[in-house]
Design a protein around this ligand. Structure first.
Ligand code: FFO
Ligand code: ATP
Length: 232
């Protein structure tokens, strides 16, 4: 399970969706969904004067469903972005040499399971167009949400040992410096048992520290930038 997001600026809302492999892990992690609960039906005395309204509703549903089906992928992408005013990039592992890209997606349906059943963006979209790589984006990324096996309150991060995130973040930070952009905020997502005491997580010069942690107990700002961003 590797939920990760990068969101570019041009955004006013931080809407993110956690992306899980299509496996039972989704069930283990997510709270009970409404569909898990027994359904209760409320019976009402039927007021036939409302029938025309229900009929109108049904007609409208059919029309909207048809219109939605008629939208092509680029129209959905364009309008979707306007709606949430976000650009969302999701990682795609390219090889076994720590090479991972983050590609733009418009909807969760742009993700397909890889050989390990991890959801990733296909390199091309539904219209056969190459997805935008985050390093080619014209706008700076505001925020990276990062997975990790463990973190500490000084920002140390223990990944899964692939070096994928460290390499990607290093490249992105270099790009931001070159472009004179504000550096993205790096935020680790962590359950409480994943937060270690100081001195427990070993680090190398390649390890990129996080600016803040989001845990069930709340947000833990670590760097000065994180404090500044939280009070902006
Ligand atoms: N989007 C996405 N995320 C993904 C994957 C993927 O395919 N797609 N991965 C798909 O794999 C992983 C990529 N990361 C990896 C991390 C570690 C190793 C690895 O071989 N680790 C060694 C060393 C561990 C250690 O030193 O403790 C190992 O497990 O033997 C491989 C891939 C996790 N995240
Ligand atoms: N910037 C980098 N350039 C080249 N190799 C790197 C870089 N960062 C990490 N690596 C290599 O990747 C391997 C795994 O490193 P490390 O154990 O720090 O990964 P990790 O932080 O657990 O993984 P990840 O970054 O995917 O979460 C090591 O061999 C390390 O040298």
């Amino acid at each position: 399970m590797t939920p990760v997001w990068a969101i570019t600026s041009s955004s006013s809302l931080a809407v993110v969706a956690q992306i899980f492999p299509r496996s039972s892990s989704r069930r283990e992690i997510l709270p009970r969904q409404p569909s898990d609960s027994p359904r209760y039906f409320v019976t009402m005395s039927k007021d036939s004067s409302l029938d025309p309204i229900f009929h109108q509703k049904r007609t409208l549903r059919s029309k909207v469903r048809k219109d939605l089906k008629g939208m092509n992928a680029s129209q959905r992408s364009q309008e979707g972005q306007t709606l949430i005013r976000k650009k969302l990039y999701v990682p795609r592992v390219e090889d076994r040499n720590s090479h991972m890209r983050m590609l733009h997606i418009s909807t969760i349906d742009d993700l397909i399971p890889n050989s390990m059943n991890i959801l990733e963006p296909a390199p091309v979209d539904g219209d056969g167009i190459q997805r935008e790589d985050v390093v080619q984006a014209g706008d700076p990324v505001d925020l990276f949400l990062l997975p990790g096996l463990a973190f500490d309150r000084s920002g140390r991060r223990l990944g899964r040992g692939g070096g994928y995130y460290d390499l990607l973040l290093k490249k992105y930070q270099e790009l931001a410096t070159e472009q004179k952009w504000k550096q993205p905020l790096l935020v680790g997502l962590s359950y409480s048992v994943q937060i270690m005491d100081e001195g427990v997580i070993p680090v190398t010069p390649n390890d990129v520290p996080v600016d803040a942690l989001v845990s069930p107990d709340g947000v833990i700002p670590i760097s000065l930038r994180a404090f500044e961003r939280m009070t902006e």
